[in-house]
Ligand binder design. Sequence first.
Ligand code: NCD
Ligand code: ZN
Ligand code: ZN
Length: 344
Amino acid sequence: MSEYLTLLRPDDWHLHLRDGDVLRDVLPHTAERFARAVIMPNLKPAITTTALASEYRSRILAALPVGSDFQPLMTLYLTDHTPVTEIDRAHQSGFIVGCKLYPSGVTTHSDAGVTDIRKIDLVLERMSQLGLVLQVHGEVTDLNIDIFDREHYFIDTVLAPLVLRHPKLPVVFEHITSSAAVHFVTHTRTRVGATITPQHLLYNRNEIFKGGIRPHFYCLPILKTEKDRIGLLAAATSGNPRFFLGTDSAPHARHTKESACGCAGMYSAHASLELYLEAFENAGALEKFEGFASKFGPDFYSLPRNIDTLILQKKSWIAPASYIFGSDEIIPMHANQLLRWQIK
Ligand code: NCD
Ligand code: ZN
Ligand code: ZN
């Protein structure tokens, strides 16, 4: 007997699509599942202006499968020199939903990011006035700080003061990975939310070192302890609307990950909902999935919830070993492994 799960159509509140020919390789996976996605601006060169975001958005729309009505929600990449007038332009565009804070050097393509948060206080003030969301990669960049503690340090030294300095600014703490982050988001002021990825709900840091070093489990912030994973799962399945879905699906060509200095990022777009469902079902919380996937994100962003539905079926399939990625390939999450759910 088949089991079905009908959801209001979900959205992905944190997604990397990259640019150029590879858009056609990765975009169908997201467009099949989600109505909208927040598109990260960490391209080379970065999407730092409304004009660049507009052109990027057009390239995404042009790469969509025929008949798809998927909507990319665009973001601006903040730098030390982002002018306040650019925030006004972003707001007027109608298609930019937020601005992304990458502490300079923190992750993939973040070298143009902000070197000191105090340099952008006027920009943040204008965002508060206009209601634009600040999306934050929340880790300190000091390489002397233990990699497993960088998120916790960021909360104490940057994020907690920031949300008090800008009490009206909507802030999404992206891809949270620790119990410390869950605790912070649960107890801080209103209008602070967090996205959670499928990998941080399914795996702990042992996965990176199982029988050898496994580069396809390397992402930032890095996988944490089992205790952290359990804390994240409890938050995601709690029904607390501050926690919502953001896959952080981040495609990298295979050879750039299987390398002496491999890139950070895991690819989950091919099976994102299916992976989340594994985690929610393991936790006995399937009934909590619709809020997390389809309701709390649009509510946080003050956007309408979708009205159509998506049906998932409990029917096993095996995730492919790889997908084409331009002239290279990507190794997806759960490559060659069984997944219990599929989209109908
Ligand atoms: C992301 C990427 O590859 O763009 N990588 C990652 O490990 N999460 C960047 C990011 O979201 O930090
Ligand atoms: Zn990030
Ligand atoms: Zn990301």
